[in-house]
Design a protein around this ligand. Structure first.
Ligand code: INI
Length: 159
């Protein structure tokens, strides 16, 4: 005997998304955005249900996703950014603020918020992960958002 198994499906039909995109390193983040839009469209999502929110840089993710999550208008949020290490400790502050702030909002609100924020040592590593030889982490983040939105709907229906 075993209990139930819950696992989110990968269909995006009827799901509402906010894609939050940092303009900093836009050469990279534009490609992450294309990947995320591709994932939603190929999963059957309606692009009329996908809102795009542009922010200056990754530091601004937490306050933005908090406002979006609290609006109640979305089934999931996808964060798309690129923090690339430079010669100073600035990277650590921006990447740390983005990661911990986004996690706090997800935990506080219970909304799936996918972390499609690259944190790399070089620009080349970022390009590799934005449609280059290491795939497209924007696509992957959107697929995670779809799966988690469907999983949380299942868990809510079961509670
Ligand atoms: N923002 C990024 O998204 N990526 C970076 O690599 C980056 N660096 O390196 O500085 C960055 N900085 C800007 C930051 O996110 C804020 O927009 C800025 O500090 C104003 O609050």
């Amino acid at each position: 005997m075993s209990g139930k198994t819950f696992e989110g499906t990968l269909g995006a039909q009827g799901l509402r998304f906010a894609l939050v995109v940092a303009r900093f390193n836009s050469f990279v983040t534009d490609r992450l955005l294309s990947g995320a839009q591709d994932a939603i469209a190929r999963s059957g999502g309606g692009m009329d249900l996908v809102d795009l929110v542009r922010i200056p840089g990754s530091w601004e993710f937490p306050v933005t996703v908090r406002a979006l999550a609290k609006s109640g208008k979305y089934d999931a949020i996808v964060c798309l950014g690129a923090v690339i290490r430079g010669d100073t400790p600035h990277f650590d502050y921006v990447a740390g603020q983005a990661a911990s702030g986004i996690a706090s909002v997800a935990n506080e609100t219970g909304l799936p918020i996918a972390f499609g924020v690259l944190t790399t040592n070089t620009f080349e590593q970022a390009i590799d992960r934005a449609g280059g030889k290491a795939g497209n982490k924007g696509f992957d983040a959107a697929m995670t958002a779809i799966e988690m939105a469907n999983l949380l709907k299942q868990l809510q229906a079961n509670s």
